[in-house]
Ligand binder design. Structure first.
Ligand SMILES: Cc1cc2nc3c(=O)[nH]c(=O)nc-3n(C[C@H](O)[C@H](O)[C@H](O)COP(=O)(O)OP(=O)(O)OC[C@H]3O[C@@H](n4cnc5c(N)ncnc54)[C@H](O)[C@@H]3O)c2cc1C
Length: 381
């Protein structure tokens, strides 16, 4: 595959060497066919410094600006699909723990996660509350010793594998809003169950997690009561823009492969690319991939400059998913019957990227977040 398509970075050679030596592309295909969490690669990524690209050096990460992290994730996704790029983001998905967790919790859970020795899930969604996250009902009742958690979380990645989870609940009689807790998952009051088989991203082995009166100490609380969603807001902005880079990297790889293929596959005595019905969509895809990538890079740079990019990051994720799915559909289509089979990587890539229209905020909700920046909500007259 032509790597000249990729943005340059001083760490690019090191990253490429890691991808090659750990056979990440092949492994990504294997954990789709026999879904399992890729523990050996997760550990190796931690040891080699590929978990937590934006995590400050003081916490064991690389401390890169998010724009640079985005370019590296794009490269990683271009080379090996979504899986390992998303693994690289795991500390990013737990930045609330690093930012407002106690030093003891950070030492016990966050640092080992960056080293690839702990896995932490995020538990927001419930059977009755997904997009409307403020409707969550998980109860975190105050008790002498801390809090008692009761309720059910659903759609959760690593439901059975996570060592601990950042769990969002409500404190009855406490302040408005949602409170975050760091909860080790081995407690006997926690029942974890993998549910069904997903369309894509099967290595995440999603499922439900029930809390039946689980006591956690007050020190498990992350930050102040009622402020959980305030903390997670900045994290969501950053991670959405970084996820956009991942979806575009996967799509760009597929586009490069398809352009190459239609240039030499012949039908009716000439290359497929000689047909406008094949060539024109691919030409347009190339331009759209560039356009959205420039938008994502600008969003990431503006984040680094301290600008409010909540709306842009939401749109970056929604647009990158739409463009990537279209590009992947063309990759399947123009590879013909073979493209539809799992001999080639496109069907898996399409299934994996398809999760991006739902997870971390659905595309409809991303559009809504962006629209609210243009037309802010006004209090009722
Ligand atoms: C691969 C994957 C991994 C996930 N991992 C996790 C995880 O680790 N932890 C976790 O907590 N959750 C996780 N989720 C859950 C995810 O966050 C939710 O599925 C998502 O927020 C949508 O919520 P919902 O499923 O309840 O759908 P709903 O909120 O019921 O929405 C259903 C549909 O209606 C649309 N809709 C809803 N409200 C509006 C509106 N106002 N305007 C327009 N359209 C609207 C939505 O966009 C969606 O298309 C994961 C999901 C996936 C697919």
């Amino acid at each position: 595959m032509d790597r000249s398509e990729l943005p340059t970075d001083p760490l690019a050679n090191e990253l490429d060497a890691f991808v090659d030596s750990h056979h990440l592309s092949e492994r990504g295909r294997a954990v789709d066919r026999a879904p399992e969490f890729p523990h050996p690669e997760y550990r190796a990524m931690g040891e080699a410094g590929w978990l937590g690209l934006t995590t400050p050096v003081a916490f064991g990460g690389r401390g890169l600006p998010v724009a640079r992290a985005g370019a590296l994730l794009y490269r990683l996704a271009f080379r090996s699909g979504t899986i390992f790029a998303k693994l690289s983001l795991q500390p990013e998905f737990s930045s609330v723990l690093r930012e407002v967790g106690s030093p003891t919790l950070v030492d016990e859970w966050f640092r080992p996660m960056v080293a690839g020795r702990r896995l932490i899930s995020n538990q927001i969604t419930e059977p009755g509350a997904g997009s409307d996250a403020l409707a969550i009902r998980m109860e975190a009742r105050r008790a002498d010793s801390g809090y008692v958690l009761t309720g059910e979380k659903s759609e959760i990645a690593f439901a059975e594998e996570a060592d601990a989870a950042i769990v969002y609940g409500r404190v009855p009689g406490g302040p408005e809003g949602v409170t975050a807790f760091l909860v080790p998952q081995a407690d006997p009051g926690i029942v974890r169950r993998k549910v069904g088989t997903d369309l894509g991203e099967r290595w995440q082995r999603r499922g439900s997690v029930s809390y039946r009166g689980v006591t956690v100490p007050a020190t498990a609380r992350l930050g102040e009561e009622g402020r959980g969603f305030t903390y997670v807001r900045t994290e969501l902005t950053r991670e959405r823009a970084l996820l956009a880079a991942i979806y575009l990297g996967v799509a760009r790889a597929s586009w490069v492969e398809t352009v190459e293929y239609v240039g030499h596959r012949t039908a009716f005595g000439r290359p497929l690319s000689a047909n406008q019905a094949v060539a024109f969509p691919l030409v347009e895809d190339g331009a759209l991939l560039d356009a959205v990538w420039l938008y994502v890079l600008r969003t990431l740079s503006r984040y680094d400059d301290g600008k409010d990019v909540e709306g842009e990051a939401a749109l970056a994720k929604a647009m990158s998913t739409r463009v990537a799915l279209n590009v992947l559909d063309h990759a399947i289509q123009f590879h013909g019957g073979h493209g539809y089979s799992d001999d080639l990587p496109f069907e898996q890539r399409w299934r994996d990227v398809r999760s991006g229209s739902i997870a971390h905020g659905s595309s409809e909700i991303m559009d809504l977040v962006a629209a609210r920046k243009l037309w802010p909500r006004r209090p009722p007259a």
